[in-house]
Design a binder for this molecule. Structure first.
Ligand SMILES: *Cc1c(COP(=O)(O)O)cnc(C)c1O
Length: 564
């Protein structure tokens, strides 16, 4: 059996420019892609008839090397496609610059221990029918210029729908994970075009309502500039007019083709990824009804070995029913601490192997790893290095990781600044910056540190998910009140807040709060009140992990968005 096995029953197609399933498959860059992978894994666990659609990204995002000064060097990051994917014998074409570009496809099957299976289709233009330039269109995730990006979005949106049709799938919902796949709506408009004899005017051949009924759109971007936009002269040249330009402009905006607007206007259900993000998005797009479905992470993927054993013993069934985490207080304190120390030792050994820094098992360890980009403020903790040295001397060690997008100069400088400061205070507080952050490293970090730090500028964190991964391993969060943490935070019980609930950040106040709570609340509890600390760990599991998982999340998508 091949992909045909899934044709008859699949009803929901989940489109995403990146899908991160496993670290060996370099088809993701960060949070968006891993969320997509976690979503499909929970769908497999719960036997939801879904299929994923993405691009193959033969050369990955990039492999990050850091020189001794923290300068980022980017390398192509190819992966072993034949080892993980199966070929589908198929060829469809899309029109790019008025000429056909041919697309083939591969697939991967996510298999759950429940027997549930969800296939993921990877679109590929590396075939002899294409000229050498078009063959590279599915090489780099978020690589190239605007033109390259638009071409990739044609392949994903239009090509993706054509591949599903060609294979015989009967899809009832198309879920667009961000605007990169919004062009699928144009393909659907064409597909459901009414015969001209049946309607009163030429305009009415376009059955917008029919397409809306088929589509769901999830936005992830709380800043105006983050939404994909293309100038119409480029659109005209690359995409042409799969539907008339007056209609495209009506649906996607007059000035530029805005992929979010296009997705919004053709989706009956639109959501942001946390309650705060819903609020921010509604303000950014007045007149649209935007719902909130807060993100989650896939429990089985993000629980470390030692915690799997612990949960299997005390909370059997947790992986398929994470609501069971609500009973985390049943876990004996010593056993919880042992499981944590196993994860921590394994992380510290790994760090020492990579860096020779001599981190130790007993010292309070702070983890900070995510995309290196200015708004995430990786250097907030280092904004007053002398103060950090006083608070943390001999009591704190810090692990950083994260890639900067190749075009993000601010992000690259941020990494260099961390390198400079870590040298300056290395005799007091040990800091490492690990190169090439990926899913495998994230797994080690979120489980092995003592606290997970997150302090982006508000309100720019739509949700954030790495903190949720930490809670699945009993690691509390120390974070600004933005995204998911507004919903997960109970001060001193599930972790700690940095700053206030106000919607915008006050950088001075954030730094002050960070140092003050670290020195006065967090470190004293960790070193002098270990029993209370372990209770906070239990709360992270019982009050955060039990909710912020993709099982809960996808059930919301099914009942709120898919079945309507
Ligand atoms: C989870 C994860 C992210 C997303 O982290 P955020 O805190 O949501 O920014 C990014 N990169 C990797 C490798 C991850 O595992």
């Amino acid at each position: 059996m091949g992909i045909e096995e899934f044709v008859k029953d699949t009803r929901i197609a989940y489109f995403s420019m990146e899908i991160g399933i496993r670290p060996e498959m370099h088809t993701y860059s960060g949070g968006l892609g891993i969320l997509a992978g976690d979503t499909l894994k929970s769908a497999a666990d719960l036997r939801i008839p879904m299929i994923g659609v993405t691009l193959i990204h033969r050369m990955g995002y990039f492999r990050q090397e850091l020189d001794p000064f923290g300068r980022q060097i980017e390398h192509p990051d190819p992966w072993d496609i034949e080892k993980y994917l199966k070929r589908i014998n198929i060829k469809v074409s899309v029109e790019i610059e008025r000429k056909p570009v041919y697309i083939t496809a591969w697939y991967y099957v996510i298999e759950s221990t429940t027997g549930g299976k969800v296939p993921v289709i990877f679109l590929d233009t590396e075939i002899p029918e294409n000229d050498p330039v078009n063959r590279t269109l599915t090489h780099y995730l978020y690589g190239g210029d605007l033109e390259y990006r638009l071409k990739q979005e044609i392949i994903l949106g239009i090509g993706g729908v054509r591949v599903l049709d060609e294979l015989g799938f009967e899809i009832r919902k198309y879920h667009m994970n961000e605007g990169h796949s919004s062009l699928l709506t144009l393909e659907l408009l064409n597909k459901f075009k009414k015969p001209i004899e049946e309607v009163w005017s030429e305009e009415l051949v376009w059955d917008v309502q029919k397409v809306r009924d088929l589509c769901v759109f999830t936005t992830h971007t709380p800043v105006e500039a983050g939404h994909d936009r293309f100038p119409y002269d480029l659109v005209q040249r690359i995409l042409g007019e799969p539907v008339p330009m007056w209609l495209i402009k009506k649906l996607a905006g007059d000035g530029m083709l805005n992929m979010t607007l296009l997705g919004f206007n053709l989706s009956e259900y639109i959501n942001g990824v946390s309650k705060k993000h819903e609020e921010v998005s509604e303000r950014m797009f007045p007149g649209y009804e935007i719902h909130a479905i807060t993100n989650g992470v896939h429990p089985y993927t993000w629980v470390s070995e030692s915690f799997k054993n612990l949960y299997n013993k005390h909370l059997p069934g947790w992986a398929m029913e994470p609501e069971i985490f609500v009973r985390a207080w049943k876990i004996p304190e010593e056993e919880l601490w042992d499981a944590h120390m196993q994860a921590k030792k394994s992380l510290i050994d790994y760090v020492n192997r990579l860096t020779g820094m001599n981190f130790n098992y007993e010292t309070f360890t702070i983890g900070f790893a995510r995309r290196a980009t200015p708004y995430k403020r990786a250097d907030l903790l280092l904004s007053d290095p002398e103060r950090l040295a006083i608070i943390g001397e001999g009591r704190v060690q810090i692990i950083y990781a994260g890639k900067a997008h190749p075009k993000d100069e601010g992000g690259k400088q941020l990494i260099q600044r961390i390198f400079q400061i870590k040298e300056r205070i290395k005799d007091k507080v040990k800091i490492v910056y690990l190169p090439n952050y990926d899913m495998a490293m994230a797994m080690k970090l979120v489980a092995g540190v003592d606290i997970w730090l997150n302090n982006p500028l508000k309100p720019l964190e739509a949700s954030g998910t790495s903190g949720m991964k930490a809670t699945h391993n009993g690691v509390p969060n120390f974070s600004v009140l933005d995204g998911w943490w507004i919903e997960g935070w109970i001060e001193g019980y599930t972790g700690w807040a940095i700053g206030t609930l106000e919607e915008t950040s006050d950088p001075k106040r954030d730094a002050e709060d960070l140092y003050f709570k670290l020195g006065n609340d967090v470190l004293p509890m960790f070193y002098e009140n270990r029993n209370i600390w372990i209770k906070v760990m239990k709360n992270a599991i019982a009050m955060n992990a039990y909710y912020f998982n993709t099982h809960r999340m996808i059930r919301f998508y099914v009942t709120e968005a898919y079945i309507r």
